[in-house]
Write a protein that binds this ligand. Structure first.
Ligand SMILES: *Cc1c(COP(=O)(O)O)cnc(C)c1O
Length: 432
């Protein structure tokens, strides 16, 4: 690192917020010079194998020639125009694809700028739907514990109350209903009693519930929990039975991560509203989509307002849509399912044996997601430093060391990622 870069890192520490770390005593940040393929190059010289896909967003690797090309070509046409009264090919092409690849009933696409906003939009759609039908009692949401749906207020109100620190915002946060975390493991035989409490909550509260929101099959940031598809099927059944809308938040799971194109495909269900984000642009730009049925869109449109009450400034941003089109084309035209299955097999081979380590509570793998749950909280600063020394980029939180590499990762690179995890497991300084 040269002197300027060191000064800049100091400026960064003094003046720039980073996610979920203190502003007065922040965790260290590493200065990135470039990224290409599966590697992130630091300005300090290290070359790291990326195990995080930059928080579920990178799909085909960094600096991909086809995605770069899509971005450059679109920028030479126009980078942005307002979406009110104007439309354009990148948005039309993207929405055609989304209507095409999502379940048949989902035909109405609302584009927005980030996952949290896509969740806000989904929640607002649900409330406006019931309002338009003249149903005034459905003013709350229901979800399960240990979920994560984003950081804006409505999204935060359906995140896990404990890890989402709801007590800080108690006075201003919507008070929603929480069912127990789905405990029925993806790989264990299904047990119907797993939905007993959920069923009771539906029975008792359905008249006040506008929508039930859940991350299908994989609860991500709230604990990396892989639950049984039959649980999701039961959610669909209960929503139908009690006239509650089902929102599937596929922001982390959508577009192949779990081994199906959408995690709700595992249960063969169609939600009333689906949220997509994160890897929609292959990790290039922030873009999200909320997709719903003709019935919901028409009901809202025939209501008092005559339209849906939302319209972000950067709605349908052409650069983001163009790169999303390129990324989805690349995914669909590749043998992605085979790739995901290979990665899953390799992750299983390397990660599952770590469960013999004393410090490990459990290990699990689904699709391209591999999780090592440890018995003590990690020391983020120390474990991160060790990972960088070992040539990998893995950022654990709490008791969870997890990886979900880009689809282009090779077996020897997966072995290096998992090997680094094995090394830190034996290092006391990496745990609190
Ligand atoms: C990341 C995430 C969000 C929030 O998306 P942002 O783009 O960070 O606002 C919402 N839901 C799930 C399931 C996520 O993983």
């Amino acid at each position: 690192m040269n002197k300027n870069q060191l000064e800049d890192l100091d400026f960064d520490r003094q003046h720039i917020w980073h996610p979920y770390t203190s502003m007065s005593n922040p965790l260290p940040s590493y200065h990135v010079k470039s990224a290409s393929g599966v590697r992130i190059e630091l300005s300090s010289g290290e070359s790291l194998i990326d195990g995080m896909s930059s928080w579920w967003s990178v799909l085909h690797g960094y600096n991909h020639p086809l995605l770069n090309k899509a971005l450059v070509e679109q920028s030479q046409q126009f980078s942005h125009v307002m979406f009110g009264g104007l439309t354009h090919q990148p948005a039309i092409d993207l929405c055609k694809k989304l209507v095409d690849i999502t379940p048949k009933m989902l035909t109405k696409v609302f584009l927005s700028d980030s996952g949290s906003v896509a969740v806000e939009v989904a929640i607002k759609m649900a409330f406006q739907y019931w309002q338009s039908r003249g149903v005034t009692s459905k003013n709350r949401l229901m979800t399960v514990k240990n979920g994560y749906h984003g950081d804006t207020f409505a999204a935060m109100s359906v995140c896990d109350p404990v890890t989402g620190m709801h007590q800080i915002f108690e006075q201003v946060l919507m008070q929603n209903l929480f069912a127990p975390q789905p405990r029925c493991d993806f790989y264990q035989p299904w047990n119907e009693s797993c939905v007993n409490e959920l069923s009771l909550l539906f029975e008792r509260h359905h008249q006040e519930i506008a929508a039930f929101i859940i991350e299908p099959v994989v609860q991500g940031t709230g604990g990396m929990n892989f639950y049984h598809p039959k649980y999701l099927k039961a959610c669909r059944r209960l929503c139908d039975q009690y006239d509650v809308l089902l929102i599937c938040d596929e922001i982390a799971t959508g577009l192949g991560r779990t081994g199906k194109l959408f995690a709700s495909n595992w249960a063969d269900i169609t939600p009333d509203i689906m949220c997509l984000g994160k890897t929609l642009t292959g990790g290039y730009l922030t873009l999200a989509a909320t997709i719903t049925t003709a019935h919901i869109a028409e009901t809202i449109s025939n209501g008092e307002a005559g339209c849906f009450m939302h319209g972000p400034t950067y709605m349908g941003n052409p650069l983001a849509c163009a790169v999303a089109n390129a990324s989805i084309d690349l995914l669909i035209s590749s043998n992605w399912q085979t790739k995901v299955n290979h990665i899953e097999q390799q992750l299983k081979t390397h990660i599952l044996p770590l469960s013999r380590n004393q410090r490990v509570n459990s290990t699990r793998v689904l699709g391209t997601i591999g999780v090592v749950e440890v018995t003590q909280n990690v020391n983020v600063a120390n474990i991160q430093k060790r990972f960088v020394e070992l040539g990998v980029w893995i950022r654990p939180f709490g008791k969870l060391i997890y990886i979900m590499p880009p689809l282009i990762i090779k077996e020897n690179e997966i072995a290096q990622l998992v090997n680094a995890i094995a090394v830190v497991l034996d290092d006391d300084a990496c745990f609190d």
